[in-house]
Design a protein around this ligand. Structure first.
Ligand code: HAS
Ligand code: HEM
Ligand code: CU
Length: 573
C-alpha cells in the first residue's frame, strides 16, 4: 500500500526546473575544476615516466625554468591528480546524484559556499606548491616541513568536502523523515554510505593537519613526532582510496549496465557491499607501515587481516558487475562461454571507459593484496612496484571511469554534445593500453629493486642501467608517450565539448542512465528482505564504523602519543 507522505514536507522539497538548472551549473563547476587540475597534473606524468625509462629531461632549460626539482614536479603531480582532481569530481558527482535520486531540493547557497571554500583551499595551497615552499610529495610526511600556507589550504579543502558530506547526509535524513518506511533508492544509498565512510576516514588527517602540522609549521610548537603524524596520515590515507574508487563503483553498478544494455544483478547485494566499505575501509591503514618501528606486530597483523577482509566487497563487485555485463551481452545476442564478451558495445566510450577501468582494476586489486601481505610487502615497499599499483587503481579504475562519465555527464549537465565518439573512444583505449604498459614496466622494475620517488635517470650508478632493467624501463618510457597522446586526445574532446554551443535542455536526450535491476531492493521496508532492512539504518552503521576505527586505532595512537619524541623540521628542497 502507498505510504502516507506529509504533503507539506513533500511540496516544500520537490525540485523544479529552475532548481535543477542551478544544481547542474554548480555540478559543472565542480567537474570542470576537477579536470583543470587533472590537465596540469597529468602533463607532468610523462616526464616522470621518461625518468623511469632512463631519460632525464629535468636538466633541459624549459623544465629548469618551470620546476625547481623533480620533487616539485612530483609533488604537483600527486597533489593535483590524486587529491584535487578526485575530490572536486567526487564532490560534484556525489552531491548531484543523491539530490536527483531522492528528488529533493537542497540549499544551493550552502552548496556554493562549499564549492567556493574548496576552491579557495586549493588556490591557497597552490601558491606554496608553485613557489617550491611545499615540495613535500602528496603524503607530506614530517619532519619534512612546508609553508603553513600549504597545510592551511589543504585543511580548508578537506573541511569543504566535509561540508558537502554533511549536506548530502542531512538531505537524506530529511528524505527519511518525509518518507517513513521507504527504502532509500540505490544511488542515494551508495552516495550517502560513501560520504559517511569519508567522514570517519578523514578524522586522522584532520587531526594531523589541525593539531600537529599547522601549529608546528607556524612555530607554535617546537617539534613533531614523525611516526605519530604518519600513522594519523594513513588512518585517512588508505580509506581515501575507497573515497576515490566508490564513486566509480556507483557508475559501474548503477549506470554501466544501462550503457551495456543490461541490468543490475542485485540491489540488496550492492547495499551490502557499500555497508562493508562503510564499516571496514578505515581500520586497515597500518598496511602502509609494516616497516615502521614502535607499532606492535600484533596491530600490524590485525590490520593485515582486516585488509584482506576489505577486499571482499570488491570481489562481490567484480562478480556481480561481470554478471550484469553478461546479462547485457546475452540480451544483445551474445553466446558461448566467453563469446558474449564480443557483443558488448566496445566502440561506445561511455561503456568502454568503465569496463576497461574495471579490467585494469583486476590487476590493480591483485597487486593490492600482494602489498598487503606482510610476507611480500618488504619486497615491494618503496619500490617502483607501488606507483605501478596505484596507476591502475586511482590512475585508471577511478580516473578512466570519471573520464568516461564526463562523456555523458557534461552533455547531461550542459545540453552540449560529445563532439566525436571516435576521438573519445581513442582517448579511452590509449589510456587503458598506456596504463597497462606503464603498470607492467613499473611493477617489473620494482621487483628488480628500482626505488620509487627517485630521479633514477640522473644517477651515476650503473645499477639502474643494467640489462635486466632496460626492458621494463623502455616499456615505462613508451607508456608515458602513449599516455601523453591519450591525455591530449581526451582534453581536446573535453574542451571542444565544453566550448561548443548548447543544443537542448538534455533532460530528455541525455537523462541520468539509471539501470533496471533483476533483483530490486523494493520500495517499502515492510515488504523488503532481511538484508535490505539490515542495511537501511545507515546512521547506526555509521556509528559502528566510528567505533571500529576507535577500537582498531585507539591503542596504536595512544602508545605513539604517550611515547612521542619531538624532532625539529627539515627542509630538503
Ligand atoms: Fe592500494 C598502496 C593495498 C586498492 C591506491 N594504494 C597504495 C597507494 C595508492 C593506492 C595511491 O596493503 C600508494 C600510497 C603511497 O603513496 O605510499 N590497495 C590495497 C588493497 C586494495 C587496494 C588490498 N589502492 C586500492 C585502490 C586505490 C589504491 C582502490 C585507489 C583508488 N595499497 C595497498 C597496500 C599499499 C597500497 C598494502 C601500501 C604499499 C606499500 O608498501 O607502500 C584492495 O582494495 C583491492 C581490492 C580489489 C580487487 C579487485 C576487484 C576487481 C573489480 C573489477 C572486476 C572487473 C570486471 C570487468 C567485472 C579484489 C571490481 C570484467 C570485464 C569483462 C569484459 C567481462
Ligand atoms: C607518481 C607517471 C597519471 C597519481 C607517478 C610516477 C610516475 C607517474 C612515473 C612515479 C614517480 C616516482 O615515484 O618518482 C604518470 C603518467 C601519467 C600519470 C605517465 C599519465 C599521463 C596519474 C593520474 C593519477 C596519478 C591520473 C591520479 C589520479 C600519481 C601519484 C603519484 C604518482 C599519487 C605518487 C607521487 C608521490 O610518490 O608522491 N606518476 N602518472 N598519476 N602519480 Fe602518476
Ligand atoms: Cu592502503
Amino acid at each position: 500500500a502507498p505510504l502516507p507522505l506529509p504533503d507539506s514536507a513533500r511540496a516544500a522539497s520537490l525540485p523544479d526546473a529552475a532548481f535543477l538548472a542551478r544544481l547542474k551549473t554548480l555540478t559543472q563547476y565542480y567537474v570542470v575544476t576537477a579536470f583543470l587540475a587533472l590537465l596540469v597534473g597529468v602533463l607532468i606524468g610523462p616526464l616522470q615516466a621518461l625518468n623511469y625509462g632512463g631519460v632525464n629531461v629535468y636538466d633541459t632549460p624549459i623544465l629548469r625554468a618551470l620546476l625547481k626539482s623533480y620533487y616539485q614536479g612530483l609533488s604537483l603531480h600527486g597533489v593535483l591528480n590524486a587529491l584535487v582532481f578526485t575530490q572536486f569530481f567526487i564532490s560534484g558527482w556525489l552531491l548531484y546524484l543523491p539530490t536527483r535520486d531522492l528528488k529533493v531540493t537542497i540549499n544551493l547557497r550552502f552548496a556554493w559556499l562549499s564549492y567556493l571554500m574548496m576552491t579557495a583551499g586549493l588556490l591557497i595551497a597552490a601558491v606554496p606548491l608553485l613557489l617550491n615552499q611545499a615540495t613535500l610529495l602528496y603524503t607530506f610526511y614530517p619532519p619534512m616541513q612546508g609553508s603553513p600556507v600549504f597545510y592551511i589550504g589543504a585543511a580548508i579543502m578537506v573541511a569543504a568536502s566535509l561540508l558537502v558530506a554533511g549536506q548530502v547526509i542531512a538531505a537524506w535524513v530529511g528524505w527519511k523523515r518525509a518518507h517513513p518506511g521507504r527504502v532509500t533508492p540505490l544511488v542515494a544509498f551508495m552516495s550517502v554510505a560513501t560520504w559517511m565512510m569519508w567522514t570517519v576516514a578523514s578524522l586522522g588527517l584532520v587531526g594531523e593537519v589541525v593539531f600537529v602540522l599547522i601549529p608546528w609549521s607556524l612555530g607554535w610548537v617546537g617539534g613533531v613526532d614523525p611516526l605519530l603524524s604518519k600513522t594519523l596520515f594513513w588512518w585517512t590515507g588508505h580509506a581515501i582510496v575507497y573515497f576515490w574508487v566508490l564513486p566509480a563503483y556507483i557508475s559501474w553498478y548503477a549506470f554501466l549496465p544501462h550503457h551495456a544494455g543490461g541490468r543490475i544483478v542485485s540491489e540488496p547485494l550492492v547495499r551490502l557491499t557499500f555497508v562493508l566499505f562503510l564499516l571496514n575501509s578505515t581500520p586497515v591503514g597500518l598496511h602502509h607501515q609494516y616497516a615502521d618501528p614502535n607499532i606492535s606486530t600484533t596491530w600490524k597483523f590485525i590490520h593485515m587481516f582486516l585488509t584482506f577482509l576489505i577486499a571482499v566487497p570488491s570481489l562481490l563487485t567484480a562478480f556481480s558487475v561481470a554478471a550484469s555485463l553478461e546479462d547485457a551481452a546475452r540480451a544483445r545476442g551474445g553466446r558461448g562461454l566467453v563469446g558474449w564478451i564480443g557483443h558488448l558495445p566496445w566502440g561506445q566510450p561511455v561503456f568502454s571507459a568503465s569496463v576497461l577501468a574495471m579490467v585494469s582494476f583486476i590487476v590493480g586489486g591483485a597487486g593490492g593484496i600482494v602489498n598487503a601481505s606482510a610476507a611480500f610487502a618488504p619486497v615491494v615497499h618503496n619500490t617502483a612496484w607501488i606507483p605501478g599499483h596505484f596507476h591502475i587503481t586511482v590512475g585508471t579504475a577511478t580516473t578512466l571511469t570519471f573520464m568516461g562519465t564526463a562523456f555523458w555527464l557534461i552533455p547531461h549537465l550542459t545540453g552540449k554534445r560529445l563532439p566525436s565518439v571516435r576521438l573519445a573512444s581513442a582517448s579511452v583505449w590509449t589510456w587503458f593500453i598506456g596504463m597497462m604498459v606503464f603498470a607492467l614496466g613499473m611493477h617489473w622494475q620494482g621487483l628488480l629493486g628500482v626505488p620509487r620517488r627517485a630521479l633514477v635517470s640522473a644517477t651515476t650508478q650503473d645499477v639502474y642501467r643494467e640489462m635486466p632493467i632496460r626492458v621494463p624501463a623502455l616499456l615505462t618510457a613508451i607508456s608515458g608517450m602513449i599516455l601523453l597522446v591519450s591525455a591530449l586526445l581526451f582534453f581536446y574532446v573535453l574542451f571542444r565539448m565544453l566550448l561548443s554551443r548548447r543544443v537542448d535542455d538534455s533532460e530528455a536526450t541525455t537523462p541520468i542512465p539509471y539501470s533496471e535491476a533483476i533483483s530490486s531492493a523494493g520500495e517499502t521496508l515492510a515488504g523488503a528482505s532481511a538484508l535490505v532492512r539490515l542495511t537501511e539504518p545507515l546512521l547506526a552503521l555509521w556509528g559502528v564504523a566510528l567505533l571500529l576505527v576507535l577500537l582498531m586505532y585507539g591503542p596504536v595512537v595512544a602508545r605513539l602519543l604517550a611515547e612521542a619524541q619531538l624532532v625539529p623540521g627539515w627542509r630538503l628542497y
